[in-house]
Design a protein around this ligand. Sequence first.
Ligand code: 5GP
Length: 196
Amino acid sequence: MTDRHGLLAVIAGPSGVGKGTVHTRVREALPDSVLSVSVTTRPPRSGEHDGVDYRFVDDATFDRLVSDGELLEWAEYAGNRYGTPRTPALEAVEAGLVVVLDIELQGALQVKERHPDALLVFLVPPSFEELERRLRARGTEDPDAIARRLEWARRELAAGHRFDVEVVNDDLDRCVDEVLRILDEARRRGADAATG
Ligand code: 5GP
């Protein structure tokens, strides 16, 4: 029964660290986990679908979500705004699911401040050079956008210690196993705290 306890978990890390793949693998391994779908003012990339990858909104809609208190956290990143819809995330945690947030640093810290029970996992690359290589190889951004993301990654890496735990994504299988073990432990702790 202990593993039925809900959990709000942030799995973050700099752009290019392999977050997307880790998220996919964690969700495959944990049938009672869900990925929170964020809202963003960023335009869709090719292959992205509204309501699946993000809810793509205009500035006015984002402003309204903020002023209505409908976002659990939000942040500006590389010139666009991103936020986590509050109600679906909290309802799913209440229902006993693991709700996984793929968000950047400032948002992660807001989550922890508002929900101290949340677990913050920070994925780190084996080295900065490796991160740069992966980001360029991905080929989804132009050179300016890559430069902005690398600049941001430097700042994020320097703040990783503010997370509950850092996991090195050196080997995907090993990294995913470690994340799963950490999530499981956090759920058990939550369940123990609830039953006293
Ligand atoms: P991308 O544009 O590559 O999809 O995302 C850029 C950054 O925004 C990534 O680090 C991603 O984790 C972060 N992000 C995505 N959704 C949210 C959100 O709802 N809140 C915050 N704070 N960051 C987000």
